[in-house]
Design a protein around this ligand. Structure first.
Ligand SMILES: *Cc1c(COP(=O)(O)O)cnc(C)c1O
Length: 434
């Protein structure tokens, strides 16, 4: 399959290059030349297939002949090794739990698939690759975990000292092996600057092959399409004949873009909801037709604190920049922190279900949309992370707390190992060359 750049539709690369380059040389984002349909029969018969079989059939449409079937299915079986279960709370509300992976957030799907795919493409090249990631939390832990023990690839994660949650720090610093955690005395922006400087440093080139596992990599989006189909399969038993809506807690719009892929492949989703916290750039675009990036503001659903969503370019490209059409497919609204906390409380009281702050924003937007519609529908809210990752929110604002899953508790007991560096590039460079 060929991929083009959103900045230039005549610039084409192979799937392999799209994966290994991440961002196009002209700084555009890669999109597949065609979004292939899955057959009607396959979609009607989803219940006959396992999550892994569904995933394979979707992946194959994006990869085509660049990875042989046997190897592709091996990649899927290793990457998609946990479930994405639907929990039905009422006739009109279902929760799609995307936190059953090792770092308890949906980013595990993308990071694990990308890691295995890169491993496949690098395996015959007998060169070592070093992936640099700067993180303020979730991305670093998912990438580090996804690439753990992957042959030929080392990962260096830079995080700002004292500025990621205790749980996130443990998830990054206790892995060992091919994963190195660097604690930078500085801010997230300092970490990002060190990484960006290293990428353009010509003196490093002869000594070290640097790569990135950035969230704009198409290899992280493709596997997010899998769970739209998988959840649709589970819903079919419950919701025959009702319209099905997906509510997506949105930041960089990766999850939403993957949902749009699923719809274009033939999955009959009648509406998407892009739920924003106070960072309402996308909601403003949908409702007012103007796209105005802003500085991000901190909120309780911090993985959605994004002022210039990176996948925006993909969404407008998928719909030929037709705002009217985009606004017909996607409803969007923004919510405050206090509304978020109230929603968490209400869901716990009504359903005895503990939702995390991101999922709560998704529930708020779904409820508003459903209230505005005459026809009955079933809404699926993507629960993007496990609530236990946000214990500070529960401690500060709520009088109940989620229990900590075992796989998280296990990493809390392990010993942390970090390399402490200042925010000076000279020091970081010496480390990379050592
Ligand atoms: C990354 C993340 C989001 C935002 O997803 P996008 O694909 O960037 O829109 C939402 N919730 C959680 C918990 C996340 O980690």
């Amino acid at each position: 399959m060929k991929y083009y750049s959103t900045n230039n539709h005549n610039y084409h690369v192979s799937f392999r290059e799209a994966i290994l380059e991440g961002l196009a040389k002209d700084k555009g984002l890669f999109l597949p030349e065609r979004i292939n349909n899955l057959s009607h029969d396959f979609i009607n018969d989803l219940h006959k297939y396992s999550f892994q079989e569904i995933s394979f059939n979707i992946a194959e449409k994006f990869v085509e002949d660049e990875i042989p079937n046997l190897e592709l299915s091996d990649i899927i079986n290793k990457a998609i090794s946990f479930e994405a279960p639907i929990k039905t709370l009422s006739e009109s509300l279902a929760i799609l739990e995307l936190f059953h992976g090792p770092t308890l957030a949906f980013k595990d799907f993308g990071a694990r698939f990308l890691a295995r795919t890169m491993e496949y493409f690098l395996k015959n090249e007998s060169k070592e690759v070093t992936i640099l990631v700067a993180t303020s939390g979730d991305t670093g832990s998912a990438v580090a975990n996804g690439f753990l023990n992957i042959e030929g690839i080392n990962v260096v994660v830079l995080f700002p000292s004292g500025k990621v949650s205790k749980i996130q720090e443990k998830q990054i610093t206790t892995l060992g092996n091919n994963i190195t955690a660097i604690e930078v005395k500085g801010t997230f922006d300092d970490c990002q600057k060190l990484v960006k400087t290293a990428f353009v440093d010509k003196e490093l080139k002869p000594h070290i092959n640097l790569s990135s596992a950035n969230s704009i990599n198409i290899g992280r989006l493709i596997p997010q399409t899998f769970y739209y189909f998988e959840s649709f399969k589970q819903l079919k038993n419950i919701a025959v004949k009702k319209e099905i809506i997906y509510s997506v807690p949105s930041g960089n719009l990766g999850n939403l873009t993957a949902g749009l892929f699923a719809k274009k492949m033939g999955l009959p989703i009648s509406k998407f909801i892009a739920a924003n916290n106070k960072n309402d750039v996308f909601a403003n675009y949908i409702n007012k037709g103007m796209y105005q990036p802003q500085a991000s503001e901190e909120s309780l659903s911090n993985a959605m604190d994004v002022g210039a969503p990176s996948n925006f370019a993909r969404i407008v490209d998928l719909y030929d920049n037709n705002h009217k059409e985009i606004a017909e497919v996607i409803f969007s609204k923004s919510y405050s922190d206090s509304e978020t906390v109230e929603k968490i409380k209400e869901i716990q009281e009504r359903f005895e279900y503990i939702i995390d702050p991101h999922g709560a924003v998704g529930c708020l937007a779904l409820e508003d949309y459903q209230a505005s519609q005459k026809s009955e529908s079933i809404g699926v809210v993507l629960e993007t992370a496990h609530p236990a990752k946000f214990d500070d929110v529960f401690n500060r604002f709520l009088n109940f707390e989620p229990s900590i899953p075992e796989r998280l508790a296990a990493s809390l007991d392990k010993e942390s190992k970090t390399i402490k560096l200042s925010n000076s590039y000279k020091e970081f460079k010496e480390y990379l060359l050592s």
